[in-house]
Design a protein around this ligand. Sequence first.
Ligand SMILES: C[S@@+](CC[C@H](N)C(=O)[O-])C[C@H]1O[C@@H](n2cnc3c(N)ncnc32)[C@H](O)[C@@H]1O
Length: 300
Amino acid sequence: MSDQKTVAVADHYNAVVEDYHLNYDDEAHKTLPHYPANYFRLQILKKEVAALGAKSIYEAGMGEGTPLAHMAEMGLRVAGSDIADNMVAAAKANFTRRGLNPDVIQIGNIDKPESFANQMEGGLFDAMMASGVLPHVANDEQAMRNMGAIVRPGGTVFIEFRNKMFSLFTMNRFTKEFILDDLLDGVPAPLRDATASELDARLATDMPPARTTNIDGAGPGYDLIQANYHNPLELLEQFKKLGFSDMKIHWYHFHPAPPMLESAIGPAFREAAMAMEYDQSWRGMFLCSAGVVQAVRGEA
Ligand SMILES: C[S@@+](CC[C@H](N)C(=O)[O-])C[C@H]1O[C@@H](n2cnc3c(N)ncnc32)[C@H](O)[C@@H]1O
């Protein structure tokens, strides 16, 4: 990743730190202006980490630290790092407020393992989680390798990704991009052009508008920073190639209708979405905008 992009990612997150903890509040998450996807992700992570019986967990990109604090409160040895200095400061304050050790938190960049190597001195971890990090790295495989190297052989990684397959359900410019650039990659130009015209006539290709600032106008918006979507099927292949095994995907942030219908449908949209969370059938691959890959590091 170029340093310029890294700064923009940090700027984006530095500007959203203040209310971030509300995403994880058992009551407040229900009335947030945005969908409380992070809340559901945390419930999945806690359940899976408990099921593993992991005794230690590292978080790359731990943000303001609430998910990591939950893991510490479950009795795990924890440590974490993040590139955004406001997030690191908030996470330290969060840990201190909860009576946890703030020294396990520091600045670190997953692209630069030397920036957090000191945190491995007490031994590699049983598990590692990275939520909101893979979308922002320039070299997926290098980041996945660096994440894998944080856990002991046989340890488990939980890596969140933005789901490209969801584009088939959104019926907007993302659908057009996915069909032309991914599904029809390599197909002769006249066929792609004919498909493009057809899609322009049928889809809302002017939607969604680009997010150039954060909700409160502070900091660069999500569409200005490096923020990649991943095809889950390709991602699983990449994990396999890197020597991981026992992969599964946990889906979250369900959509009961294409997102552009949300304002017309009103509160019933969110209610139906929340009722669908934790469904782990095949539908998540198309109805969820995000997922978490769980994978076991190989012995080598
Ligand atoms: C969407 S937030 C999520 C924070 C936290 N993981 C959570 O689940 O609440 C993503 C975090 O990853 C951090 N991040 C992004 N790219 C990173 C990188 N290359 N190395 C370390 N942290 C990174 C951001 O600064 C941000 O705090």
